[in-house]
Structure formats: structure tokens, C-alpha cells
Design a protein around this ligand. Structure first.
Ligand SMILES: [Zn+2]
Length: 142
């Protein structure tokens, strides 16, 4: 069995993400090709601590050990790690996570200058009837 994989996902540890993440990886042909780092708040540690974060240390290990070339950074709505923010509505919450994800890419973008990085956001509200609340790819850094 190969000890390399193409992708790395940084996600929140929240158990509710299990099915949608599996669905996303399956849809994109990434099952069995993705290292997964699960931390409370997903990218929260990376945004708060940058190069000193546990997250960046774990990303470094995935890149060194498994040759990861694509880094996916993910946050989600209704996250307990951000409960102190008391979002007024889902638009405010989405905007907040968008800003967090924009900040989160900065450290890996500098540290891993050859890796593709992109961000994902998952929302819970009204699911599964509302098709907009799936994992959304927000933007690709490179
Ligand atoms: Zn969470």
C-alpha cells in the first residue's frame, strides 16, 4: 500500500460532519486519498496561532510523510468552538466564517508555496431540504 496521498482536509471534530465529509470526498474521488486533521473549530487554531499552531505542525507532517499536494481548509456553521460569537443570523455567520477562511489560508500559503489550497464551508441550517447547505468550495488560493 502506498504511503502517499494527494489531499489533506483540516476539519472540525464535530461528529455531525462525518456523513457530509464522506459524501464530499466520495463525490470528488478522494476517499482513501485524504489525510484528515480534526480539531475543535476546524481552522480556529490556525487563524489564532499561525506558524505556532498545532494545525500547521500537523499539516507539515502530512506534507512530509505523505506528499500531500492539496490542502483543504474547512469550517462549518453552528460550530460550538465559535459559540461565543452569537451570530445575529446565518448571513452574519457565513460572512464570519468566510473571513476566518480567508485568514486561515495565509500561513499554509507562505509555508507551502507549491501546494494548492482551498477552503470549504458547511452549513447545517434547514438541511437536508435546502440544497445550498452542502459543503461549498469557497475559493481556490492557487
Ligand atoms: Zn465545529
Amino acid at each position: 500500500m502506498s504511503h502517499t496521498c494527494s489531499h489533506l482536509l483540516v476539519r472540525c471534530m464535530d461528529f455531525r460532519l462525518e456523513d457530509p465529509i464522506h459524501e464530499y470526498l466520495k463525490k470528488h474521488g478522494l476517499v482513501g486519498k485524504t489525510d484528515i486533521i480534526s480539531l475543535p473549530g476546524g481552522i480556529k487554531d490556525l487563524v489564532a496561532n499561525g506558524r505556532e499552531s498545532v494545525t500547521i505542525q500537523q499539516i507539515c507532517m502530512a506534507v512530509e510523510l505523505h506528499g500531500v499536494s492539496t490542502i483543504m481548509l474547512m469550517n462549518h456553521s453552528d460550530c460550538g468552538a465559535y459559540s461565543q460569537h452569537h451570530f445575529g443570523n446565518s448571513s452574519d455567520e457565513t460572512a464570519f466564517h468566510y473571513r476566518q477562511l480567508c485568514q486561515a489560508v495565509e500561513t499554509p500559503r507562505v509555508v507551502f508555496d507549491n501546494n494548492m489550497i482551498y477552503t470549504l464551508l458547511y452549513g447545517y441550517k434547514n438541511q437536508p431540504k435546502d440544497p445550498s447547505f452542502k459543503i461549498q468550495q469557497l475559493y481556490i488560493v492557487r
